[in-house]
Design a protein around this ligand. Structure first.
Ligand code: PLP
Length: 408
């Protein structure tokens, strides 16, 4: 008899995006000529920028010569990339993060999912609601989430609602969790917290010995000066927070796969005997055991994003998507739909009209406009009554989607 991890059997049998894909393919089967505009899944449409492509070519050439070939690399990532990140993403912004505190990964999904390996199975966890599903599902897999409740929540997780009513600023926890996941700029709501709104979270974590898992996958989209790009802009965060970042939405790396995680040297936890343990040390141990590093060619491509031309090209790509976000925000407002986000992030969070449920609105958009969004309820109970649209389309498709919505 093969004994499986029971926790996996608790998970919902299908993933939100598979349900959506099935509904879209059913619709397409009945309407083969429909011109469907996909604004649901968060994949990008702009290609990898030329500076990174050139670096990929050069790195591929390195790999083809014995004297420049790179085999297994350092598990924590090559120093050339960690140095570029430390200088451009942190030191230039007045944040003291050293290359040694940076771990290169194959993307933020893996690291936000795997970080639980170094935390006690007993940890109490809080998530904002709605939420990027990876945080919840990986805690279910680890046995920390308890059991599913009829309303879609998990018995052992604390949910911190982010809705229009509280300005998408979650309340501080009340159950004294050990671990708190924060994602700002937020997926799915597209909203962000100001420095003043984020500060109480760091103070809370420090005074309650809690760990903040801060997902900054969308920091490159921050456009307003009072929105922090990193949790480490808040004093004391280096003693209570791990930060995750990704090149996916910044530079079209969704297919290439590269991101990084900051585990500061100053961050300590406690083992069951009461001894102080460095989280940096545990993560390094975990990564060197279970991860053999992101590939050399991909790390060279990521390094190229920090050259002057790479940075300019990344800015252009982001500006392209943010123009879509502007079109969506203004277009939705002009047809009387209430929408949030899209100023510091590529997501637009639309309130469903006329009291429709998230799935009802999803169906209407699919059937009447041939536009695919993501039902907000798929991200958690507080997402009910909302639908997420992404700015990752082309200008043409974005304009067409708005025109179709206007006719609805
Ligand atoms: N974190 C958030 C909040 C995301 O929305 C995504 C992707 O959609 C990721 C992490 C995953 O990023 P990556 O492609 O680097 O794995």
């Amino acid at each position: 008899m093969i004994k499986v991890n029971d926790n996996f059997t608790l998970l919902s049998p299908s993933y939100l995006f598979s349900d959506i894909a099935k509904k879209v393919s059913d619709y397409r089967r009945e309407h083969p000529d429909a011109d469907i505009i996909r604004m649901g899944i968060g994949d990008v449409t702009r290609p990898v920028c030329p500076a990174a492509v050139e670096a990929l070519r050069r790195a591929a050439s390195d790999e083809s010569h014995a004297d420049t070939f790179h085999g297994y690399g350092p598990e924590q990532g090559y120093e050339f990339l960690r140095k570029a990140i430390a200088v451009h993403d942190y030191l230039e912004r007045g944040i003291d993060i050293s290359p040694d505190e940076i771990f290169i990964s194959d993307g933020a999904k893996s690291d936000t999912g795997n970080i639980g390996d170094i935390l006690s199975p007993d940890c109490r966890v809080a998530v904002t609601d709605p939420v990027y599903p990876v945080y919840v599902d990986t805690n279910v897999m680890a046995g920390r989430a308890g059991t599913p409740l009829p309303d879609g929540r998990w018995s052992r997780l604390e949910y911190l609602p982010c809705t229009a009513e509280n300005g998408f600023c979650p309340p501080l926890p009340v159950t004294d969790p050990d671990v708190i996941y924060l994602c700002f700029p937020n997926n799915p709501t597209g909203t962000a917290l100001t420095r003043a709104q984020l500060r109480p979270w760091v103070e809370y974590a420090l005074s309650h010995n809690a760990l903040l898992l801060f997902d900054a996958a969308y920091e490159a989209y921050v456009s307003e000066p009072d929105i922090p790009r990193s949790i480490y802009e808040i004093p004391g965060a280096e003693k209570c927070a791990i930060e995750f970042r990704s090149f996916s939405k910044t530079a079209g790396f969704t297919g290439l796969r590269c991101g990084y995680t900051i585990v500061p040297r100053a961050l300590n936890g406690t083992d069951s005997k009461g001894h102080t343990v460095s989280l940096h040390h545990l993560w390094l141990r975990r990564q060197s055991t279970k991860f053999n590093g992101a590939s050399y060619v991909i790390q060279r491509a990521a390094e190229a994003l920090y050259t002057p031309e790479g940075r300019r090209q990344v800015r252009e790509t982001i500006a392209y998507y943010m123009e879509n976000a502007r079109m969506l925000r203004e277009g939705l407002a002009s047809i009387g739909l209430q929408a949030f986000g899209g100023i510091n992030s590529p997501y637009i969070w639309v309130r469903t009209p006329g009291g429709l449920s998230s799935w009802e609105f999803f169906e209407q958009l699919l059937h009447k406009c041939n536009v695919v969004g993501t039902p907000g309820s798929g991200f958690g109970p507080s997402g009910e009554g909302y639908l997420r649209l992404t700015a990752f389309s082309t200008h043409e498709a974005t304009a067409a989607a708005i025109a179709r919505l206007g006719q609805l």
